[in-house]
Design a protein around this ligand. Structure first.
Ligand code: ADP
Ligand code: MG
Length: 251
């Protein structure tokens, strides 16, 4: 069984079957991409992993803990972090503060930041936050306001905010959406580095260059159903996958 195990998940929105009997096993330490045409159910599926949506039926377990019916911050405490399509950062705070806020939250339980924490501990967190900024390539700018960053750098900052919580599983919904090629390539390099550090990743991505650069395993969703799951080299030639993409995005 994988570190993340999805069994028989169904989700309807009114009469629309957004997810239909979805099964997925994410192996520890791998990068697993979920691809599929627009409206296939990719974001809906991810939202079932982070407490944003409750499936109508089925199970989602992480390290044998059910992720269903528990709060987003509890899921986060188990070691699951996610990066959104639109970076969620504190624009009016410095880069350092942006990274220190989730570091405090992780230590004290999300949103119960303990203002009376010992100073030495704060120094430790500060050092850790500085290291994270360095790791994502934002060193030397820790005093800058987050709102002043380019789109690509905001994404880096958001990754630092996730990594400082030392996640075991990182969920990424279109991490390179709207990026120029140069930013996309440096994001690929950064994500590779993160993967090599042992963090398991689930990546939803439209850009096939990103998918094939990163993924060790690919699942293809179409109309809420997993139509293929295979090694990257076998996905491109899969007739079902080619059919799902006809008239839409191309592999
Ligand atoms: P993807 O991320 O693969 O593009 P989504 O998961 O966003 O697809 O959407 C899957 C389907 O579910 C789409 O038809 C979408 O319109 C629908 N959908 C998504 N979220 C909702 C919602 N909150 N309410 C109603 N329909 C939704
Ligand atoms: Mg989506």
């Amino acid at each position: 069984m994988g570190i993340l195990s999805v069994k028989g998940v169904n989700k309807n929105f009114g009469g629309l079957k957004a997810l239909h009997n979805v099964n997925l096993e994410i192996e520890e330490g791998t990068v697993h991409a979920i691809i599929g045409p627009n409206g296939a159910g990719k974001s809906t599926l991810l939202n079932c992993f982070i407490g944003k949506l409750m499936p109508d039926s089925g199970s989602v377990t992480f390290n044998n803990n059910s992720l269903l019916g528990i709060k987003p911050h509890e899921i986060n405490q188990l070691g699951v972090s996610r990066v959104f399509q639109t970076p969620e950062i504190f624009e009016d705070e410095s880069l350092l503060d942006n990274v220190m806020i989730p570091a405090f939250a992780k230590r004290d339980g999300a949103f119960r930041i303990n203002m009376w924490s010992s100073v030495s501990n704060e120094h430790e967190l500060r050092d850790k936050a500085m290291h994270m900024l360095e790791d994502v390539g934002l060193d030397g700018t820790s005093d800058k306001l987050a709102g002043q960053l380019s789109r690509g750098d905001k994404r880096r900052l958001e990754l630092a905010m996730c990594l400082v919580q030392e996640p075991k599983l990182l969920l990424l919904d279109e991490p390179t959406a709207g990026m120029a090629r140069a930013d996309t390539n440096s994001t690929i390099d950064l994500l590779k580095k993160i993967s090599e550090s042992g963090i398991t990743m689930v990546v939803i991505e439209h850009d096939m260059h990103v998918v094939f650069s990163l993924a060790q395993r690919i699942s293809v969703l179409a109309q809420g159903t997993v139509i293929a799951e295979d090694l990257p080299e076998n996905i491109k030639g899969n007739p079902k996958v080619q059919e799902a993409y006809l008239g839409g995005a191309h592999l």
